[in-house]
Design a protein around this ligand. Structure first.
Ligand SMILES: NC(=O)c1ccc[n+]([C@@H]2O[C@H](COP(=O)([O-])OP(=O)(O)OC[C@H]3O[C@@H](n4cnc5c(N)ncnc54)[C@H](OP(=O)(O)O)[C@@H]3O)[C@@H](O)[C@H]2O)c1
Length: 357
């Protein structure tokens, strides 16, 4: 149960995962590009480590030699997933990551045949984005097999890590995404606003380009997908303003200024902040004859959840439970996988209750 590697192990999320793995008596090999911080962390945890960057294909393949399963925690994954997957295919190492980037999911889905031929699993998105929402999507599809539309939403008041903020910054100027008739379509930022009852009263939410725009279609076949995030007034207005400021937000000067500000901040939420945060998910599937199914989930903080779902996913792959090819979390583990994680609950709205959302 220990022949796996955590790449990006010295990042905020990677190091939480490495520490929890040790708590569970697993012994991952830690890896990344920063020799000094890796040696310090590996020394502290008593683990082996390997140093390699991702700019030379041969070096990555050498770095992965003998490794059964890789968990890539180095994001933005728009830069790291492709070279890592190329090397994983070459040396036949299973690939998992914690991306939430829709483009990355689509790029990996397109490599399904290569993964099958190499006999490896390609399993991106084993964190907060997208395990809970992907399981919710598959659960709703199970309840309403005729569904043709899926709306998902989440609400969290937790702080973002620097890495998450930097990844979000990359997509800031690009607006939103929805899936229509099976095709991913670019839409303006905060394209739609709606009121959602996440189980704790109504909240205003806006559409966002969340990873489920890619994954929910692969997991359920539902061809129309929108994803919403609960957002206070200031964020809703800011997101709408960004429609007209996209050129500015994408400019090199603004990007590097925002980047500097993010890098000057704390690496991520403290343990206490994470412990005080809960996340709420809502999903609604609809079909063409007026049928609908609604369900809600509550989970721990997104980073704590990511640690649990990522390690549990790795353990499943190490045990040989996941066949080769591209998989979303719900494809690999089923809709009830999320319920195996401590602190997660799910409730179905009964069909006769008036749907207020
Ligand atoms: N799916 C989810 O729910 C979820 C949850 C948590 C995080 N994430 C994502 O995971 C990523 C990491 O987040 P974080 O908070 O851990 O960030 P972080 O603290 O900034 O750590 C990022 C790590 O990735 C490494 N890295 C980044 N780009 C690299 C590259 N091109 N080549 C090699 N190594 C690279 C960094 O190495 P250096 O120190 O050498 O720069 C660092 O070790 C982000 O994209 C974030 O959005 C997703």
């Amino acid at each position: 149960m220990s022949n796996f590697m955590v790449y990006g192990a010295t990042g905020y999320t990677g190091s939480l995962i490495a520490r929890e793995a040790v708590q569970r008596a697993m012994r991952p090999v830690l890896a990344g590009r920063n020799a000094e911080s890796l040696a310090t962390l590996a020394g502290e945890l008593g683990l082996d480590h390997r140093v390699f960057a991702l700019d030379a294909p041969g070096t990555i393949a050498d770095g992965l030699r003998g490794i059964h399963t890789l968990l890539n925690c180095a994001g933005p994954f728009s830069r790291t997933a492709r070279p890592m997957v190329d090397a994983c295919l070459r040396v036949r190492t299973n690939y998992l990551d914690i991306t939430g980037e829709a483009d990355v999911f689509e790029a990996l889905a397109a490599r399904d045949a290569e993964a099958r031929a190499a006999g490896i699993a390609l399993l991106p998105g084993v964190g907060f984005d997208v395990v809970p929402s992907d399981c919710l999507s598959a659960h709703l599809k199970r309840r309403l097999p005729t569904a043709t539309r899926l709306n998902l939403g989440f609400q969290s008041s937790g702080r973002l890590s620097r890495g998450t903020a930097l990844t979000a910054l990359e997509g800031l100027a690009e607006g939103g995404l929805v899936r229509e008739n099976g095709i991913i379509r670019r839409v303006p930022a905060a394209w739609k606003t709606r009121t959602i009852d996440f189980g704790n009263g109504p909240a205003k939410a806006i559409t966002i380009p969340w990873g489920d725009i890619a994954t929910a279609f692969h997991s359920t076949g539902i061809p129309n997908v929108e994803v919403y995030m609960a957002a206070p007034w200031s964020i809703r207005v800011g997101a709408r303003l960004s429609r007209w400021l996209g050129w500015l937000l994408g400019s090199r000067v603004v990007q590097s200024r925002l980047r500097r500000r993010i890098l000057a901040g704390r690496p991520g939420p403290t343990e206490e902040e994470r412990r005080g945060n809960r996340c709420y998910f809502w999903g609604k599937a609809m079909d063409e004859s007026g049928g609908k199914a609604v369900a809600r989930q509550q989970t721990p903080d997104g980073y704590d959840l990511t640690v649990q779902t990522a390690i549990t996913s790795v353990a499943r792959v190490l045990s040989g439970a996941v066949p080769p090819g591209f998989k979303t979390p719900a494809m690999a583990f089923g809709p009830d996988f999320i319920l195996e994680i401590s602190g997660v609950t799910r409730t179905d709205e009964s069909r006769d209750r008036r749907d207020r959302t």
